[in-house]
Design a binder for this molecule. Structure first.
Ligand code: NAG
Ligand code: NAG
Length: 379
């Protein structure tokens, strides 16, 4: 009989373990960043960049569309993490390279995005201002991100080239659940090339301040002040490099050199929106949030948005006109596009995933407990 309580506890904990796949990780404010000589950064280990000469400045900074109307909604510009590195060096985080490539690889991804329908499909840049949130990510191996995709080729023809920028919550890589600025690229449909931030040779950083993978603060407040970042990507017509700048002040971060792409003379598609990984733990849909974790019909202040969507098709930014909205499953994450003078083409997007109820999880644990208890006595 002495075994009984022990066994009950074991069964109880087993029950808890099975129904509660959530995890906790240590968070730390100590960001380990190193100032690396600009010519010693990872890009210069790339076979095709051994003799690359750094382009210190883009030959031109294309202007965004001038908005005549004042912003009707109250928003603020978020800060990206910066570090004061000496001239001639760039700040680089010490994340583990190994975890970056395998993240969520085997699990299905879900999207809620806006896609261009440009004809002819030739774009040389894209821009957006996006609100910043800190979506819940249920389990390790999952993530939630909001970004711009600038691509050519496709999965189907196995020649996808991609430039991606936005914010993400990716515990596998950063060992925390903070909202972070990130970039990504691939030149072979995510097969061998590509990675986040500066984790592999590719992107060349020129800024001695902006930290890729650094936190973004503050986060938007539900029902309160909305916090946003502005991202510009454009192809430098002289060098063929794809430049990245951030914020209303166009702070230059660096560029994706033309050499690293197989096929990105121009982009044939641009997308804006959210993506999550659904690891479907226990065969259920994940409770990982996209955007604010709320659906598009909740409106400004409660839902994630991208505004002033612009593309470059003729050497300057212009409002994107012809778009299609796509969502993997509107039961979990949805999207709605709109237009207004001050916000141009904009959209609300996001959702909660499977509606999570702490009560049902607890109820299930109790059920396991009592069920085991009863079985034990019957035996
Ligand atoms: C991925 O890259 C490897 C190594 O280069 C190659 O053998 C393989 O065929 C590629 N897979 C696809 C789907 O392209
Ligand atoms: C933009 O630049 C101006 C002038 O240099 C500066 O006062 C302002 O703080 C900058 N804004 C941001 C968001 O960095």
């Amino acid at each position: 009989m002495e075994l009984l309580p022990v066994m009950l506890w074991m069964i109880f904990f087993l029950g808890l373990f099975i129904v509660s796949p959530s995890f906790n990780i240590k968070t730390s404010d100590e960001e380990s960043v190193e100032c690396v000589d600009i010519y010693e950064q990872p890009a210069f280990h790339h076979d095709l960049l051994k003799t690359h000469k750094i382009q210190k400045q883009p030959s031109e900074i294309p202007k965004p569309v001038q908005i005549k109307q004042k912003n009707k909604w109250d928003t603020r510009e978020a800060d990206v993490s910066t570090w004061q590195c000496p001239e001639g060096t760039v700040p680089i985080r010490n994340d583990e390279t190994t975890s970056s490539t395998s993240t969520g690889e085997s699990y299905p991804r879900e999207h809620a995005v806006v896609t261009t329908n440009e004809i002819p499909p030739k774009m040389y840049g894209a821009k957006a201002t996006m609100s910043v949130w800190n979506p819940t990510v249920e389990t390790e191996g999952e993530f939630s991100l909001s970004q711009i995709w600038i691509t050519s080729g496709s999965y189907k023809t196995n020649n996808l080239n991609s430039i991606e920028v936005g914010w993400q919550v990716l515990p596998d890589l950063y060992q925390d659940k903070k909202t972070r600025l990130f970039i990504y690229w691939t030149s072979d449909t995510y097969n061998v090339t590509g990675c986040y931030n500066l984790l592999c040779p590719g992107f060349i950083q020129t800024s001695n301040r902006i930290v890729l993978g650094g936190t973004i603060t503050p986060i938007s407040v539900f029902g309160g002040k909305q916090s946003e970042i502005t991202v510009f990507v454009w192809k430098d017509q002289k060098s063929g490099n794809w430049w990245l700048s951030l914020g209303s002040n166009h702070s230059l971060v660096g560029y994706w050199p033309a050499e690293i792409f197989a096929n990105l003379a121009y982009a044939d598609e641009v997308q804006w929106g959210g993506e999550i990984v659904n690891s479907q733990s226990l065969g259920r849909h994940t409770t990982t949030h996209m955007g604010s974790g709320h659906f598009s019909d909740e409106g400004f202040g409660k839902v994630g948005y991208f505004r002033n969507l612009e593309i470059i098709d003729n050497n300057r930014f212009q409002p994107v006109q012809d778009i299609t909205v796509k969502a993997t499953d509107r039961k979990f994450y949805d999207i709605k596009d709109m237009f207004r003078e001050d916000w141009g083409t904009y959209f609300f997007y996001g959702g909660p995933g499977r509606i999570h109820s702490g009560v049902s999880s607890l109820a299930l644990s109790s059920f396991f407990f009592y069920f085991s208890f009863i079985i034990f006595f019957i035996i």
